[in-house]
Design a protein around this ligand. Structure first.
Ligand code: GUN
Ligand code: ZN
Length: 440
């Protein structure tokens, strides 16, 4: 094979291969290579991944980047639900979801009519994602076409892989955030035509009705028509985050037997749909989501912050629902997916979520929810080389062994419970280093 232009990254490597079933571990749910060679071609696609000795034999002349012994290569993290325009107002506490939206979020999102502000914040946000080891994100935006366009331009410039679209709202919020349904539908379709699949497929579009409480029936119906017309485009919204949320919006949809029925009525519950939260769902709603092959995105840090309730992890696993994890910034105070994994674990008071499972949902599971699991989520040959290199911060290197010699369960536990953004040494998207930590 012609290997000019290939690069081999050598180091300890962990990746999930499939959903980890705690009750029936198959042994093929993950791969752990204490000394791996990850060969990437000039297009940023993984060509081979195996133990270093095998790579050395198969690719004797390839250029090698050998990471130090305390480094670990992981697939890039996937934050499947986060809000770009809320990054400047994280950690603003309030009593309920709706009170928090009114007090802090809606006023901040209104600032994105200023295109200079929108550009500055978009640039900051996409850089911050990469600095947190997040290579792929499902992003909700401000409700303005120009700010959406700018967000795509900045993601293109910074090198992120994203799934996002114009935030659609025509009621239930201050006037400056609202536009007529017809205007929004025309704008979102136009933006989709321009951006879906751009940057060689790194940028994807999603229809993003904010939640039932900010959408008229005309708007939801229009999104349903777009879903039909564009069967490959994702639909991303919120669902059943707080009991008081549904109590407030139920009168608007008095005919609906439950929250999910609102989205079902307009054709928004399908295999391309992802719903953030889904805490307060009946067994019927859970099984209807499963039947539709839709995905849930669990955002535990945000659920703690807004006191939204405890996500039914076991029921979701038993229902075998597709599940991603999200920071839900700014209801979630941090962009770190390590923190999100930790919070998902801590939220379950009795059941241990196995570290392999958490890593699956923070990588391949999130990629699946976003419709990108054939491209990213792990480092199987043929996929994009989206990966991070982590190294414990010098002051926190508490165990004497290097990663390569430590038991895998300890390695994963230490990452989940101790890693912070200073541990991210480098972030690669499609084989290109998009972030390098100046300190580590
Ligand atoms: N529901 C509707 N809008 C939002 C939002 O911006 N954040 C969260 N967490 N929930 C929502
Ligand atoms: Zn959200």
């Amino acid at each position: 094979m012609e290997t000019t232009g290939f690069t081999c990254y050598r180091g300890a490597l962990y990746q999930p291969l499939e959903v980890f079933d705690l009750h029936a571990p198959t042994g093929s749910a993950y791969e752990w290579l204490p000394d791996a060679g990850l060969v990437v071609n000039e297009a940023g696609i993984v060509v081979a991944l195996s133990a270093w000795e095998q790579i050395q034999t198969a690719f004797p002349t390839v250029k090698v980047i050998h990471f130090a012994e305390n480094c670990l290569i992981l697939p890039g993290l996937v934050d499947a639900h986060t809000h770009l325009p809320q990054w400047p107002v994280t950690a603003h506490a309030a009593n309920t979801l709706l009170a928090w939206l009114e007090a802090f979020i809606f006023p901040e999102e209104a600032r994105y009519t200023n295109t200079d502000y929108a550009r500055e914040q978009s640039s900051t946000f996409f850089k911050a994602l990469l600095a947190h080891g997040t290579t792929t994100a499902g992003v909700l935006l401000a409700p303005f076409a120009q700010a959406t366009h700018i967000a795509f331009e900045e993601a293109q410039r910074q090198g992120n892989r994203v799934v996002m679209g114009l935030n659609l709202m025509d009621c239930g919020a201050p006037d400056e955030l609202l536009s007529p349904a017809n205007t929004l539908l025309a704008q979102t379709e136009q933006l989709c035509k321009q951006w879906h699949g751009a940057a060689h497929g790194r940028l994807s579009y999603a229809w993003a009705p904010r939640f039932a409480g900010s959408c008229s029936e005309a708007l939801l119906g229009g999104v349903g028509r777009l879903c039909q017309e564009y069967p490959l485009v994702r639909m991303h919204t919120h669902l059943a985050e707080q009991r008081s949320e549904w109590a407030a919006i139920q009168p608007q949809f008095a005919w609906a037997k439950d929250y999910l029925a609102v989205y079902e009525r307009f054709g928004l519950v399908r295999d391309q749909s992802l719903f953030a939260h889904g805490i307060h769902l009946s067994p019927s709603e859970q099984s209807r989501l499963k039947q539709a092959n839709a995905s849930l995105i669990h955002c535990p840090s945000a659920n703690f912050f807004l006191k939204s309730g405890r996500f039914p992890w076991q029921a979701t696993q038993q229902a075998n629902l597709s599940l991603g994890l999200g920071s839900d910034v700014g209801a979630g105070p941090l962009l770190s997916m390590f923190q999100v994994m930790r919070d998902a674990q801590w939220m379950q008071l009795e059941d241990l979520i196995c570290p392999h499972q958490l890593f699956y949902h923070a990588t391949l599971g999130g990629a699946q929810a976003l419709g990108l699991s054939s491209i990213t989520g792990n480092l199987q040959p043929g996929k994009a080389a989206d990966f991070i290199v982590v190294a414990p911060h010098a002051q926190q290197a508490l165990i004497p062994e290097n990663w390569q010699h430590a038991p895998l369960e300890i390695v994963l536990s230490r990452l989940i419970y101790q890693a912070d953004p200073t541990w991210i040494k480098q972030t690669y998207v499609q084989g290109v280093c998009m972030y390098e930590n100046p300190v580590v």
